[in-house]
Design a protein around this ligand. Structure first.
Ligand code: ADP
Length: 244
């Protein structure tokens, strides 16, 4: 489903990603952990070309982009449609209701008629447990509810891959669980997902594979029980000892 070869990203002289290789099967949930500044967010943003990689080849499903060659806008747009991102700070439109936020993508990006988009949005809000909040505005919702709208909005684009960028780190602790539960359900349904998170329990319980990143490279990867219970690399051991 996803294949990444020798992915590099530079910001000016600062090389943030220094050659990432990864292959992911359809339906897998991968959790990316690592210290702050190690390049996790940049890696995720490169998968959606919110950041344009400096070098490397990324394939998602049937589309491949080679960033060592010039990439056309058309290619970027087509590639982007395959994944959808959930952000730390939800980024909902404040002047739109929950339902309108979820409808926006299908109507604007996919050109779906409003009645169909409304039905679809209602079903997605129900899926994330917010059927009764459809007509509320973001400011009327808790952070956890806003983030669940954010997930419904991403799902409305019918992505092949969901990308989560620290989706619970802006939330009060008591609201984290409801968002993780929605993500857990998605993984159980077979959604392919890449999740950057500090929620180690989620990583342990849900990830098919955990990647430990440091200094712009994947230092170690493996099944959650191996990474958390028997990390091989000293850097992984040190990181895990600091957070537990
Ligand atoms: P993480 O998600 O692991 O905390 P990031 O990917 O956010 O790491 O950042 C990795 C490094 O890239 C940091 O040193 C950060 O300052 C730098 N960086 C990220 N985005 C930009 C940008 N748009 N311009 C310049 N430097 C950036």
């Amino acid at each position: 489903m996803i294949s990444i070869t020798d992915l590099h990203k530079k910001f000016g002289k600062l090389e943030v990603l220094k050659g990432i290789d990864l292959k992911l099967e359809k339906g897998q949930a991968v959790v990316v952990i690592g210290p702050s500044g190690s390049g996790k967010t940049t890696f995720l943003r490169c998968l959606n070309i919110l950041e344009v990689p400096s070098k490397g080849v990324i394939t998602i499903d049937e589309q491949t982009v080679d960033f060592s060659k010039p990439v056309s806008k058309k290619q970027v747009n087509a590639f982007r449609k395959q994944s959808a991102m959930v952000f730390q700070h939800y980024n909902l439109f404040p002047h739109m209701t929950a339902l309108e936020n979820v409808m926006e993508g299908p109507v604007i990006v996919q050109g779906i008629d409003k009645a169909t988009a409304r039905k679809k949005a209602q079903a997605l809000l129900e899926k994330v447990g917010l059927a009764d909040k459809a007509d509320e505005y973001p400011f009327q919702l808790s952070g956890g509810q806003q983030q669940r709208v954010g997930i419904a909005r991403a799902l409305a684009l019918e992505p092949k891959v969901m990308l989560f960028d620290e989706p619970t780190s802006a939330l009060d602790p008591e609201l984290v669980g409801e968002v993780l539960q929605v993500m857990k359900d998605l993984a159980a349904e077979g959604m392919t997902m890449v999740v950057v998170t500090h929620e180690m329990r989620f990583a342990r319980g849900v990830a098919d594979e955990v990647l430990f990143m440091d200094g712009g490279v994947i230092v170690e990867r493996g099944k959650p029980e191996d990474i958390f219970s028997h990390p091989k690399e000293a850097r992984t051991q040190q990181f895990l000892s600091l957070i537990s």
